[in-house]
Design a protein around this ligand. Sequence first.
Ligand SMILES: C[S@@+](CC[C@H](N)C(=O)[O-])C[C@H]1O[C@@H](n2cnc3c(N)ncnc32)[C@H](O)[C@@H]1O
Length: 232
Amino acid sequence: MGDHKRTFTDVKNVILSAHEDSGPRDKVSFYDKWAEQYEEDVALLDYRAPTLATDCIAEHFKGEKGSAKVLDVACGTGLVSLKLKEKGFQCFSGVDGSEAMLKLSRGTGLYQNLWPCLLGLEALPVPVDTYDVTVIVGALSVGQVPVSFIEELWLATKPGGYMCMTTRANPDNLQYKAELERLLEAMCGDARLAQVCVTEVQDWERAVQEHETGYIPGAVYLYRKALATQSS
Ligand SMILES: C[S@@+](CC[C@H](N)C(=O)[O-])C[C@H]1O[C@@H](n2cnc3c(N)ncnc32)[C@H](O)[C@@H]1O
């Protein structure tokens, strides 16, 4: 993807080259190719999701942050765990489907465990009822990780633990967002989850699609897994 100084036009072209409906396997190989430029490009995109999600977790988390176990799903290069570390969290495990992204996250030295996994196609390779915080940022959207994956995230979360999720709210992703919200609402209805906060953000990240201008919206969801629950 070139070694000249990246511009926003380069970033737009890269993102638009990923077909929205190509499915998880193609999306992960897209990230394999993008990995080396990812952090430089998302800075140009003004990608705020890791900051918004980790601010929300740090504000609401009750407990000892330093010993809390965090599962960073679709961890990419490690931006979310890096921000959580700045907030006092220290015990990170990560999962991602892209080997190139995993190589970069391994290089950060942040993670005690890193597992490859094609989410939605392979089972999440982590123990149940274990993590004080599970977080998935930038990967819950059409063509990436299916909404049904939330059930696996719930299983991995400790009873009383927190689940933090983000999604985009631009037109292409509204159906996915509605499906995600329906599932979360149903899990609250079954008393498996309780809503902590949902924040709709107007300036989520810069728009890249032809028919969009300025910034697209997005949302951060923070839920708590019920204490009295039997996952296994
Ligand atoms: C936009 S990046 C977000 C990375 C990181 N969470 C962040 O906010 O910077 C999306 C990540 O999700 C991963 N991903 C997307 N779909 C996936 C899938 N079905 N299974 C595993 N990983 C997936 C990609 O490899 C990539 O690292």
